[in-house]
Design a protein around this ligand. Structure first.
Ligand SMILES: [Zn+2]
Length: 124
């Protein structure tokens, strides 16, 4: 039991004095006031579900992107380049040559398989 002297109950300030016997009533009154001020729920159940679904999807996308980003970092960090046909490792020079060669469509070929790629002039 809180004891609050009668003078304190009349206190004029932003501080609020509530008797414990009045506390439940006070809270109920406050809830009622809030309900009156917001007659409609801020969000419907459907809207909440929709937001939840969207968040879930975004999160999955972020996870995938993170994984892709990690993979791309890994592959560029190791700097390994290999022929797309025989998977034989090639040097950085070969890799750069292949990537700059438009006939290769951004793919990397070893010396042997570079010869098998038709140039644009040949493939009519
Ligand atoms: Zn090859």
């Amino acid at each position: 039991m809180f004891h609050i002297s009668p003078e304190l109950r009349q206190i004029q300030s932003n501080a609020l004095c509530v008797y414990d016997t009045e506390l439940t009533e006070f809270i109920n009154r406050k809830v009622q006031v809030l309900k009156l001020q917001n007659p409609e729920p801020v969000y419907t159940d459907d809207e909440i579900n929709e937001m939840y679904e969207q968040l879930k999807q975004v999160n999955i996308t972020e996870t995938l992107k993170r994984e892709q980003h990690k993979q791309s970092l890994k592959s560029s960090a190791t700097k390994e380049a290999a022929c797309v046909v025989c998977h034989k490792p090639v040097s950085q020079k070969v890799k750069q040559y292949c990537l700059s060669n438009k006939n290769f469509n951004g793919k990397i070929y070893c010396f042997d398989h570079q010869k098998t790629i038709p140039t644009r002039k040949q493939s009519v």
